[in-house]
Design a binder for this molecule. Structure first.
Ligand SMILES: Cc1cc2nc3c(=O)[nH]c(=O)nc-3n(C[C@H](O)[C@H](O)[C@H](O)COP(=O)(O)OP(=O)(O)OC[C@H]3O[C@@H](n4cnc5c(N)ncnc54)[C@H](O)[C@@H]3O)c2cc1C
Length: 489
């Protein structure tokens, strides 16, 4: 089945990888010119243990499972990470009840190893800390999120999946049992796919509203909550993540560490009307106050504005926090389309487990029909875009001399089209083998052990029959992307 994934953030990449591993032909359409330029590159890079999320919520289900999957993935793919642990701290008597509530919820969520520790133990772990009680979560960690996304991309491309950059999807409409996508940008066109998954992050609602036949009443509100970070200019004093008890809208201004051990603080919660990525330095005042509750030694003038991220929330100030909203055929009744809304924290941690559920059935073998048509067209588009840019760059670098038209090279392939490898190289879709994480190189390639369904799809006429059979079951049938998240809640 040819699957379009919209958005090359961590969730889109994880879903695309899982779909490619399941044997689908996958194209990721990304509006920007690289992977992970949205929410996925503007977060705390924390591997959350799954402490806070209410019982029965998707987040409570996906987070602990996603965290275990993520640690395994990091180990097998050489993604830098560290299980550094975290302390959630009560800094006065009134916070102790909230700390105990977090502890109880963590136990209900099946988080391993959490314990309430006394002040002496907390201070032994982190001598600079001030608190009246603390909870230790040894399973919490940090990750290099960009390397994680590169590894997802490596797996996707190893299995023939492609990413088309500079390819915003502007509309989706049902057609012939699948979906047609209007690709905007410099060369607008319609392309058809068997299924589509909307992982557009902050753009998910806009795309859902531009999906023909999708009930507009099912598109949730998008509420933007900016989270600002301040870097610390001195030597780090903590070796674990330090979190206050949660505040409405977020987890409180906490200490995060990067893999080099540097400390930064954030994110706070700033409700905004439109996307804006400036960090207002006057917010530092509130940071000093909050941080000094648990670290009285924070020196004056040591905080510097760093970066910010925007949470794609579904509810606003004063309203109860919303869960992830994953809308598939079981929810909205339209075949072969999935919309993901409100994937804020801990979406990075949950990405692998969300992907596993969105792409349910690993037995589909799609290699039996015109499976490369739309993929090739979309990637040729992306390739042309990139090659023109490269040509322009070479042109200016050489002062206009000796420029070889990349289109001419691309035209040498089969039927006058670029070969798949050429397309990948031109579109930036392929990486040098040496750059791939070791684990990614070792994974079996799609189609190595096709199993019994393989022959079914390769026999002439069989694919048509299989399509017809599947049509009667709709996408929620066994061989398609299932989004009812069966068994997940
Ligand atoms: C401040 C903050 C801190 C966080 N901290 C953590 C943390 O420590 N741990 C954790 O687990 N999670 C954390 N998260 C959550 C996590 O970052 C997100 O859940 C996750 O990155 C969401 O990924 P995504 O792929 O859904 O969205 P994105 O990364 O935003 O990807 C969406 C992509 O879709 C593209 N796009 C949009 N519209 C279109 C279109 N029409 N056509 C084509 N492409 C389109 C965008 O360009 C973008 O690249 C945090 C989030 C924030 C905001």
């Amino acid at each position: 089945m040819q699957v379009l994934v919209v958005g090359a953030g961590v969730v889109g990449l994880a879903i695309a990888r899982a779909a490619a591993i399941a044997g689908h032909d996958v194209v990721v359409a990304e509006a920007a010119s690289g992977i992970g330029t949205g929410v996925s590159s503007r977060n705390s890079e924390v591997i959350h243990a799954g402490l806070y999320y209410p019982t029965g919520s998707r987040r409570a289900y996906y987070c602990p499972r996603g965290r275990r999957m993520l640690y395994e993935f990091c180990a097998s793919h050489g993604v830098p990470h560290r299980k550094c642990g975290k302390l959630v701290v009560a800094t006065n008597a009134s916070e102790i009840e909230r700390l105990e509530a977090v502890y109880k919820q963590a136990q209900l969520n099946g988080v391993e190893g959490v314990e309430i520790v006394d002040v002496a133990t907390a201070k032994r772990l982190e001598p600079a800390l001030a608190c009246v009680a603390a909870m230790h979560s040894p399973e919490t960690g940090i990750i290099d999120s960009h390397r994680f996304m590169l590894a997802l991309r490596g797996d996707l491309e190893d299995r023939g999946g492609m990413i088309a950059f500079n390819s915003p999807i502007e509309r989706l409409r049902p057609a012939r049992g699948g979906w047609e996508a209007a690709v905007g940008g410099s060369e607008p066109q319609w392309l058809s796919f068997d299924a589509a998954v909307n992982c557009a992050g902050l753009g998910a609602q806009r795309l859902a509203r531009a999906t023909e036949s999708y009930p507009s009443g099912r598109v949730p509100r998008l509420v933007l909550a900016k989270g600002n970070y301040f870097g610390f200019s001195g030597q780090p004093v903590f070796s674990r993540l330090i979190y206050p008890v949660p505040v409405p809208g977020g987890l409180g201004v906490h200490v995060t560490l990067d893999l080099a051990g540097r400390m930064r603080f954030g994110p706070d919660v700033e409700w905004i009307e439109r996307e804006d990525y400036d960090v207002d330095k006057s917010r530092a005042l509130a940071f000093y106050q909050r941080i000094r509750d648990y670290w009285p030694g924070l020196p004056d003038n040591s905080l510097v504005p760093d970066y910010c991220g925007i949470r794609p929330k579904l509810t606003g100030p004063g309203e109860p926090a919303a869960d992830f909203m994953i809308e598939g055929p079981q929810q909205h009744g339209l075949a072969r389309i999935v919309h993901l809304f409100g994937i804020e924290s801990p979406g990075l941690t949950c990405s692998l487990s969300i992907a596993e559920d969105v792409v349910r059935d690993p037995r589909l073998h799609p290699r039996g029909r015109d499976h490369h048509a739309s993929a090739s067209r979309l990637c040729r588009r992306s390739a042309r875009h990139r090659s023109r840019r490269q040509a322009r760059q070479r042109h200016s670098a050489t002062g206009g001399a000796g420029v070889r038209e990349p289109e001419a090279r691309a035209g040498r392939g089969r039927r006058g089209l670029p070969s798949r490898r050429e397309v990948q190289q031109l579109s930036g879709g392929s990486r040098a083998l040496a750059d791939l994480p070791r684990g990614a190189r070792q994974l079996p390639r799609c189609g190595q052990s096709p199993g019994k369904h393989h022959h079914r799809y390769f026999r002439p006429g069989a694919r048509r029959r299989a399509d017809r059979d599947r049509g009667s079951r709709g996408i929620a049938g066994r061989r398609t992307i299932e989004v009812g998240l069966q068994g997940s809640e």
